[in-house]
Structure formats: structure tokens, C-alpha cells
Ligand binder design. Sequence first.
Ligand SMILES: [Zn+2]
Length: 149
Amino acid sequence: MCTAFEIRCQCGKENARLHHINSILPEETVENVHCPACSPHAEFDAGRMLRDNGWIIAYDMDVVRLHAEKLGLSGAQITPEAVFDGGFSSWQGFTPNDLEKANAEKEQLAELASRDMQGYLKEIREWSLVRERRLHEEGWRKARGAVQA
Ligand SMILES: [Zn+2]
């Protein structure tokens, strides 16, 4: 089982949805989150924070170290990047609010499904590819691998 939860950013303007693969790390791993509006006010500490497209996630690295063995990490490997890129604690989807945005876009496509199932299946495939490419271009860390040469 994985854990998914929502956390409000420091200024209270935005919510981020986070996802913990296999629930190895507890929710309290995430100390706080800064949205693009409040991240400029955060004192950035690369030892426990990760930047992604204007957002910052601050991890409690003591909690991470406590579970490091289960993550397959040790010593200098225990970094915010390893936590995020390993999916141990990262956005649910590609971005902090990917789920809502994707659902809204999918709903628009769903209307097509009632009329033209084949067309819909083709559209939805294309949609997810185009979408990943767009998120990659926007600079989201999780969409980095989305574009094949
Ligand atoms: Zn904020």
C-alpha cells in the first residue's frame, strides 16, 4: 500500500498532494511545503530540501535516516533528491496538484467517449503523451524522463 496525503503550503495559498511509495516513509517525513508564492521566503537548505519548479519540499531527514535501510540508502546517499526521485516521498502524479488538473482535463475527454470510443482511446493516449511533454518543458522534476529523443 502507498500513502497519499494533502499538505497545505506555508502561506496557506495552495495544497500539495504527496505520495509515499509502499508507505515506507511516514507522513511526518514531510516537514512542510512551500508554493511558488512562499518559497522565496524559505531559507533554502539543500541538506533537507528539494526544489521543484518554484515549489520546495522540506523533509525531516532524521525520519528518513531512521528508515534508510528499508529505502536501500546509506550514508551520503541519504539526500532529499534520493527520497524524491525514488518515489519514497514525492508529488502524487507529476506536480503538487497534478491529480485535480489531470482529472479536469480527462473529464473533457470523457464526453467524447460517449460518442466515439475508438476516437476517445486514441485521444487519451495522445493526451497523456502531450501532457507529459508539456510538464517536462515546464521543468517538473518527475516529468524529466518523459521525453524520448
Ligand atoms: Zn504558499
